[in-house]
Design a protein around this ligand. Structure first.
Ligand SMILES: *Cc1c(COP(=O)(O)O)cnc(C)c1O
Length: 423
């Protein structure tokens, strides 16, 4: 069972001011979840969550997380700029990029961010470009398959990220010789995991690696970044991760591997995105058409441009028809958007209560990798983002795009200068 954090009455009231579709985020839920994470890792003195900005790049969301003690994990120039504008400073910022353009490295270096190198060749690239910082992190890729109890979780050997093990040892030696004083290691080996075993297993690999790196290179390892990948169950009948159990599992590995090696002061970092935000965002949309052909279609006013995960990954996103939470799910529908693409379906053959034109639908778990993956295909405009504040008020935290925004990059042509935008 997945519950909404807004009622039908609340959405009707909000929609008077902000027409659908829109994304709405639950400040209370975001804060409580961030506090659970910090509590689960409170055994580690230097623990810090660096929120993966790409999941929900909105300054108001970043500010909420900042107030809960989080830093930010950026991977591009504009994410760095947004973080700077939100007053994240220096080591509040992890810069975990790949195939990094020069301007991005320069900005990260100027901000004093912790640069996480994705590749061996980036050592020389960064040095020539703007010099090496005193503190640096390197991303590890062990290759092969990543397994938990013989179950294949993901395929790092096919992933473009990170140093091989040999490159990592060599890289640490070179960096040390070039004057780098403080080191971190990072790895992201499986995405959207729904087992409490992922972080503890990853931690064991990285902790042992840290001990070996220290012994062989003498590097002073200050932190280990477990990155993202702790996921959420999108389906209502699947169990959610238990962050307390995950924190305990990492603690056990820490006490078994790092503490005996005299590395008990190493800080644990995370770079969670999905886990921090996904459940606390709804995409709210309205039924505007019903179509009866070979199947029963519900046409809504949102489309894959607002949330593309179902279209590109075939992802399940739970849907609640507001006001009909307790009615039987005895109608089978495809819930579609208006793109000229047949994969523009939020649900296929979904059993839902009978839907009428004008009904509001909540598409769940859209708070991460939702709005941010949006695009403008078919000339569709990005929606507004709203924040349901802790006091129950609603704040617009990004306005909806207008046609003027869509045409703004033609501003040098004069074509739209005197265009009448009234419909
Ligand atoms: C995407 C990403 C994350 C966040 O991943 P989630 O699955 O949202 O937790 C963290 N770190 C890096 C480097 C990423 O690319």
């Amino acid at each position: 069972m997945k519950n909404t954090f807004v009622t039908k009455e609340k959405i009707e009231e909000i929609a008077k001011e902000f027409p659908t579709p829109f994304h709405i985020y639950d400040e209370k839920g975001i804060r409580e979840n961030a506090r659970r994470l910090y509590k689960a890792f409170s055994w580690n003195k230097g623990f810090r969550e660096y929120f993966a900005v790409k999941a929900t790049p909105n300054p108001y969301i970043l500010k909420v997380l900042q107030e809960e003690g989080c830093g930010v994990d950026c991977s591009s120039l504009t994410e760095l700029m947004m973080s700077e504008a939100c007053d994240f400073k220096g080591t509040d910022i992890m810069f975990s990029s790949n195939d990094t353009p020069p301007a991005d490295f320069i900005k990260a270096k100027n901000l004093g961010a912790i640069i996480n190198l994705d590749d061996f060749t980036h050592i020389e690239y960064l040095e020539k470009l703007c010099g090496l910082p005193k503190r640096i992190c390197c991303r590890f890729n062990p290759g092969g398959h990543f397994e938990i109890e013989t179950q294949i979780m993901d395929n790092p050997g096919e992933a473009k990220y990170g140093f091989t093990k040999e490159q990592l040892f060599e890289g640490f030696k070179i960096l040390k010789a070039k004057g780098v004083e403080e080191f971190g290691i990072h790895a992201f080996l499986a995405s959207n995991t729904t087992t409490n075993a992922y972080y503890p297993k990853l931690a064991r690999i990285l902790f042992q690696l840290a001990v070996d790196l220290k012994n062989e290179t003498g590097a002073d390892i200050k932190f280990i970044n477990l990155s993202g990948g702790v996921g959420i169950a999108y389906e209502p009948d699947k169990p959610q991760n238990d962050i307390e159990v995950i924190g305990e599992g990492v603690k056990r590995a820490f006490e078994e591997i790092l503490v005996p090696a005299g590395m008990g002061d190493v800080a644990i970092f995370t770079e969670l995105g999905r886990y921090m935000l996904a459940p606390y965002g709804h995409l709210v949309t309205k039924c505007i058409h019903q179509k009866h052909t070979y199947k029963e279609y519900i046409g809504v006013d949102a489309c894959a441009c607002n949330l593309m995960r179902p279209a590109i990954y075939g992802s399940y996103h739970h849907i609640t028809v507001l006001g009909k939470e307790n009615e039987p799910c005895d109608h089978k529908y495809d819930v579609t958007g208006s793109l000229c693409e047949n994969n523009d379906k939020f649900a296929v053959d979904r059993m839902l209560p009978e839907i009428n034109i004008g009904d509001y639908l909540v598409i769940h778990d859209a708070g991460a990798h939702g709005f941010s993956m949006g695009y403008n295909y078919n000339g569709k405009l990005r929606s507004a983002e709203l924040l349901l504040c802790e006091d129950g008020s609603v704040k617009q935290i990004r306005r909806a795009e207008t046609p003027q925004d869509y045409f703004a990059t033609f501003d040098f042509t004069g074509i739209f200068d005197n265009y009448d935008y009234n419909v």
